[in-house]
Design a protein around this ligand. Structure first.
Ligand code: AMP
Ligand code: ZN
Length: 118
């Protein structure tokens, strides 16, 4: 499924440019346009799934592939000493783009605590 107005679907269709580091039938990875760490790329499903709330059994293979690719792509991007994988879902998590994606963030320095302490 593809959404005509979704920015990540547009990248998947080749209508918007992105610095791609992986592309296959199920998933794609590209550098985040506003990096928040020296390594910061996004792994996205090719299918338009709004968030994990909308994921179902039909998406299991693509989501498994997304997880399995994360470590190899992180290492290839230079995050050889650790990385963080984040999936924001919905309002409380400040999700901005409603097409399921996993952020991969890496050093070389420590990324700090998982969430900002209040
Ligand atoms: P989230 O808050 O988890 O929905 O994060 C959305 C992410 O998508 C942000 O980190 C944005 O910088 C990133 N982003 C938005 N548009 C683009 C784009 N055209 N190419 C690459 N990254 C993008
Ligand atoms: Zn989409």
């Amino acid at each position: 499924m593809t959404d005509p107005d979704c920015i990540f679907c547009k990248i998947a269709r080749g209508e918007i440019a992105a610095k791609k580091i992986h592309d296959d039938a199920d998933v794609m990875a590209f550098h985040d346009i506003r990096p928040q760490a020296p390594v910061h790329f996004l792994l996205v499903t090719k299918a338009h799934i709004a968030s994990l709330y909308d994921a179902g059994p039909a998406h299991q293979a693509a989501l498994g592939k997304l997880l399995v690719l994360a470590g190899r792509l992180a290492r290839e991007a230079g995050a050889t000493d650790g990385f963080r994988a984040i999936i924001n879902n919905g309002r409380v998590a400040h999700q901005e783009v409603y097409h399921l994606h996993m952020h991969v963030l890496g050093g070389p320095e420590s990324l700090g605590p998982m969430l900002a302490r209040k």
